[in-house]
Design a protein around this ligand. Sequence first.
Ligand SMILES: *[C@@H]1O[C@H](CO)[C@@H](O)[C@H](O)[C@H]1NC(C)=O
Ligand SMILES: *[C@@H]1O[C@H](CO)[C@@H](O)[C@H](O)[C@H]1NC(C)=O
Length: 311
Amino acid sequence: MKFLTQISAALGLLSTSVLAHPVLDDLLQPSAPLKRAAAALTQVNSFGDNPSGAKMYIYVPSQLAENPPIIVAIHYCTGTAQAYYSGSPYAQLADQKGFIVIYPESPYSGTCWDVSSKETLTHNGGGNSNSIANMVSYTLEQYGADASKVFVTGSSSGAMMTNVMAATYPELFAAGIVYSGVPAGCFYDQAGGADTWNNSCATGQSTGSAELWGSIALNMDPGYDGPRPKMQIYHGSADTTLYPNNYNETIKQWASVFGYDYTKPDETAGNTPQSQYTTYTWGDNLIGIYAQGVGHTVPIRGSDDMTFFGL
Ligand SMILES: *[C@@H]1O[C@H](CO)[C@@H](O)[C@H](O)[C@H]1NC(C)=O
Ligand SMILES: *[C@@H]1O[C@H](CO)[C@@H](O)[C@H](O)[C@H]1NC(C)=O
């Protein structure tokens, strides 16, 4: 509608012969669908400081909202920006809703994300999280995007990274959605390696109190006490890559950060949002969705994501 208003206003300046143009006629029919070309996934080569060498790809829909929201969509291990662009629903939803999608790409050979080094687990620490935060800052500036509507999501390694982004850059994000990840800090490597596999965490042996997990997240950006992204955590009960214990440990982490008792959700809804899934809600900031019988990874629920993000 906004577009039509602009077109109508512009036409006030045009001659009647231009008005007869069939394409413009078409646009002036309120019921005619707007014609537009699909945009493309594009690499951005310089987005500012990139200490960890992560790559930035961006999808800017042809019909961009004014002050567009941003979704950062982070791929799984062995994935690429291109694979997550074509394999997830976000670009299509961007076409409908006018937000921008940033697809970061891991610089590592197995193309998992670094969720193990001190650098990546620290605000402005110079790791992958720092590079992704800089992609967000670049996009906010370049497109006049809405800083209050920046969201992060990912699957598997990208889900782990989503928890890490929420912990290291809480000021950047309004909400995060985690599809089959582990708590922020759970893949920590004592030897300091970047992009290493932590078997104890993956197999669900890294357990701790809610307070411990909470403090691990808080210590990634010590001293920060502003608003934090609300979180939605999906996990499958039949996950044999990142064992289901990681669901509970992640819930404990964010429950502690927000001051909820993780053992007492305010609401529990069986068979929601679909059969065999149970949704647990704590206050305004935490939702856990445990998918009975689902393995690695829980399939992305694009339109539910839009609801959680308020888009
Ligand atoms: C794996 O992560 C846990 C925390 O989840 C940590 O205690 C442990 O030391 C890590 N393992 C290695 C080999 O660094
Ligand atoms: C997760 O925690 C709940 C209690 O909040 C418990 O009933 C459940 O067995 C736990 N699940 C796992 C996989 O540890």
